[in-house]
Ligand binder design. Sequence first.
Ligand code: NVA
Length: 350
Amino acid sequence: MKANNLVNSHNEWDELEEIIVGSARLARVPEKDKGIVAASVGGGYDYFDPDISEFFPEYILQETEEDIDNFTSELKKLNIKVRRPEDISINNFSTPDWHCDSFFPYCPRDVLLTVGNSIIETPNLFRSRYFETIAYKETLIEFMQSGARWISAPKPRLLDHGYNIQDKAQLSLNNHEPVFDAANVIRAGRDLFYLVSDSGNRLGMQWLQNAVGHDYTVHELSPSIYSSVHIDSTLSFLRPGLLLANPARVNEDNIPDILKKWEIIYAPKMTEYSYSDIKPSSSKWLGMNLLMLSPTLAVVDKHQTELIKLLEKRGIDVLPTLLRHGRTLGGGFHCITLDVRRKGKLESYF
Ligand code: NVA
């Protein structure tokens, strides 16, 4: 690694030095592209509230920016460098196969994956997110110039037949080409864990294994753990040897043997709350979507008092933090961030 390489993050818990925090400033409700429909069918609920179209109410965006500003101020006090996406509207675009309107760069965790000194643009599920990484272009160029390995997965075609909206017994995402959201992956040094689900198929997992090479093993997390979108309201790595699991999804039978080597603690009951009438696009389990700033410090939704107590009992201090509309916009503290640089190096933890 070059001495000044800005990208170095091998796991979910090492001491954090630099992070990208997403933005709700330009958030618009995307049109229901095939990927959104498929995720909604698979998840059993509308991904975005059907009663609102095009724009989220202004107060949702303003309050979210207020919450994000407070969150980033706390990070800066800890000497963590914070970057934000550029305010670029990426609306009304086409590929040779389809036309789509827009998404918004609220969750960098879904479109970019940091693996060591590499930063990977992933081949995402929603057509509306096809060009989302444009909002990070200048940052990615700077990372590359500092020595990072910047790669982008082959752009998927995302044709209609790539989605399965009819047969509810099957995943909503077919296995015709590599497709996955970066948030289907959680990292523990040389071992990466990839959820096969409505937002990540097996070809995507194979592409990732090829891209990261022999230094890493990509382990499959079965859709029987969670078949819908993203892993980070289901499993969180807290520090070497300790993981937090969602009791409604994870059990002895579906967790891979390798993870049984670690102690598994189950999240307590989530506190449900709402600051608007808009139907949420994430489950209550977004409350366990936490961000580790170090092995002994976590950013957690301040309403999740039981979870906070559980973590504190395990020697993890908590920064209780507010993100009032996380479930409406579809992202908690892990989703809306991308850790770019943490202290520490590539290690094996199993
Ligand atoms: N789709 C997940 C949230 C992922 C961060 C859930 O609703 O639980």
